[in-house]
Design a protein around this ligand. Sequence first.
Ligand code: COA
Ligand code: AMP
Length: 629
Amino acid sequence: MGYRDEYDRAATDPEGFWMDAAQAIDWDRMPSRALFDRGGPVPEWYCDGLVNTCWNAVDRHVEAGHGDRFAIIHDSPVTESVARLTYVELRDRVAVLAGTMTARGVGTGDRVVIYMPMIPEAIVAMLACARIGAIHSVVFGGFASPELAIRIDDAKPKAVLAASCGIEPSRVVEYGPLLAGALNQAEHEPDCILILQRNRCHAEMQEGWEDWVAAQHGVAPVECVPVQADHPAYILYTSGTTGAPKGVVRPTGGHLVALEWTMTNVYGVAPGEVFWAASDVGWVVGHSYIAYAPLIHGCTTIVFEGKPVGTPDATTFWRVMADHEVSVFFTAPTAFRAVKREDPKGELASRFDLSALRTIFLAGERADPDTVEWIERTTGKPVIDHWWQTETGFAIAANPMGLEPLPVKSGSPSVPMPGYQVEVLDEGGTAVAPGALGAIAIKLPLPPGTLPTLWNAEERFRKSYLTTFPGYYETGDAGMLDEDGYLWIMARTDDVINVAGHRLSTGGMEEVLSTHPDVAECAVIGAADPLKGQVPVGFLCLNAGAQRAEADIVADCVRLVRERIGPVAAFHQAVCVPRLPKTRSGKILRATMAKIADGETVATPATIDDPAILDEIRDALATLGRGRG
Ligand code: COA
Ligand code: AMP
C-alpha cells in the first residue's frame, strides 16, 4: 500500500489502522479497541491496554536474541571519547537504577525530574522511570535555575536525577549550583536527589544529595511494571504565550505505537541500523528520536555530545556519520547552517565515507531552500523536511520515505501523515481554498501519541488548543495547503519564536524584562537571523526619571534574561524606545515591529494609535543594524 491508501485508511477506518499498527508493540494486555472517547478534552487511544515502554525499548530486544547489538553509541567530541552500550548492558543499567529509585519510594505515577547533558545516563534515567511507571520530566541544560524551579514546582517530582555538569564548547556548565538554586527557589521538595559526578567537574554535594554510583551499589535489578496505556510516559515542558511553560503529557501506549510506525514508514530504517538525531534529550526531538523511537525499533541510537561546529570543527557531523555508519540522520536546519557557514562550498564531506547514509531529515524550524540545496549538493542524499511539535511527538507532515517516497517540493514539509486531518482555516473556522493562507488546524481526534492534556492544566489545554476552532486542534502555525495537498508552514500565530530550533516564548522574556525597576513597558520580537533563524530583540520603554544610562539598562536586561531563562534564549539585543506601537485597543503590534526589523515594507496598520511611532521603531532598530531592507 502506498501513502494515499494508508492515509485514507487511517481517516476512514482509524480503529483498523491503529489496531494493526499496535501489533508491532509487545502488550501485557492488548487493548480491546483503539479509540476511546471518555469525555475528556480529546479522544484517547488504547486506554484499556497494559504495556511497558522500557520493555518495548530494551528488554524485548534482548529476549529476541539481540542483546549484543549496540543500543547506544555515545560520541562526545567535547570529552574526546566514544563509548558503546549493548542492549544487555543498557537493560542491566536501567534495571538497577530503577531498583535504586524503587528503594527510595519512587513508584508508578511519581514524577522524576531529569537534568542531564547528552550522556547515556540521561537515556538510562528516562528508561528507568519508564520501567517502573514513574513519569519523567527532562529539563534542558541550557535553562537557568528559575526555569528549573518552575518545572519542579509544577511537576512536584519525588526524585531528581542530575549530572554534575554539561560541557559547552566555550565553558563547563556546572549543574550543581543551578540545581541548588532551583531547589532553593522551588516550594516543592523532592525526597531523593541523585547526582552523577562527571570527571570534568564534581558537584558540591548538598544535604540529602546522593552519589549516583554509590546509591546503586549492590542494588538488585527490578522488572518492568506494566501500566495502563493512557498512563503518562512523560511530561515535557514547552513554551507557550506566557512565561509559564506548558507541561505536555505524553500517553504511554500511543507513544509506543506512533513512534514505531514512523521508524518504518517515515524514516525507512530497519532494526539494527544506526539512527542519529543530533538534538538534545531536553527537547521533543531528543525524547522521540534519540531516546525512544530508535530503541523501540531495535536500532542503535547515537547520543552526540557536541556541536555542529567548534567541537572541534565543521567536519564533526560527517566524521560521526562515517565512524558509526549512520543510516538516517536528523537535525535542525540551523545546525547545517552553522556547518555551511564554515564550509560554503561543501568540500569537507567528501573526506568521509558516507555510503551508509540514506536520508537526512530536518525539523524544528523552517527549512530554507538555500540550506536544503547545500545539503543535497554536499551529500548527494535526499533531504526531507518534516513538520511537528512537542505536542504531537512525531511528524504531522512529512515525506514518508519508508512507505512511499513522494516528490520533494523545496520549502514544504510535504503531506499530512496518517491520522492527521490537517485543514487550513480562516478566522471564522472555515476551510480556505488551496493556496490560500490561514491557521493550520487538525481535526479531532489527533492520532495516538499526541497530547491528551497539559499536566495540571486541563483548562489551559482547552483554551490553548481547542476553543478557537471547535472540533479541531489549533497548531499555532499559519500556512497553506497547495493543490497537491502539500503543506507550507509560514509563521507562528502566537508569541512563540524559534531560535536555533529552540522554541521560546517572547511573553516569557517580556515578563523578565518588566521586572527591571527602570523598565515601564517592553516588547520582545523574533527578528530574522542568518544562523539561528530568529533571535529575540527587546524594546524597552523606561520609567520617567530612570537613573541609569540606557546602555547600562540594556546590559542589565540582557543579563536578567540569561539568569532567569538561560543562555539558550540567546537574548543579546535590546533598544530603548520612547513608546511602543499599539492598536487603539492597546495591543502591542509585535508582528509589525518584527517586519520592520527584517527590513520588510510595512503598510501602516489601520488600527494603529499613532503612525509616527513606527518611525521611532525604525530609528531604534537602525542602531542595532536592523531593518534597513
Ligand atoms: N547546556 C547549557 N548551555 C547550553 C546548552 C546546554 N545544553 N545548549 C546551549 N547552551 C548555551 C550555549 O552555550 C550558548 O551560550 P553562550 O550564550 O554562552 O554562547 C547559548 O546557550 C545558545 O546556544 P545555542 O543555541 O546552541 O547557540 P550557539 O551559538 O552555541 O550554537 C548552533 C549555534 C546553530 C550551532 C546550535 O544552536 C545548534 O547546534 N543547534 C542545533 C539545534 C537543535 O538541536 N535544536 C533542537 C531541536 S531539533
Ligand atoms: P517544538 O515544539 O519545539 O518542536 O516547536 C514546534 C514549532 O516549530 C512548530 O509549531 C513550528 O512553528 C516550528 N517547526 C517545527 N518543524 C518545522 C518545519 N519543518 N517547518 C517549519 N516550522 C517548523
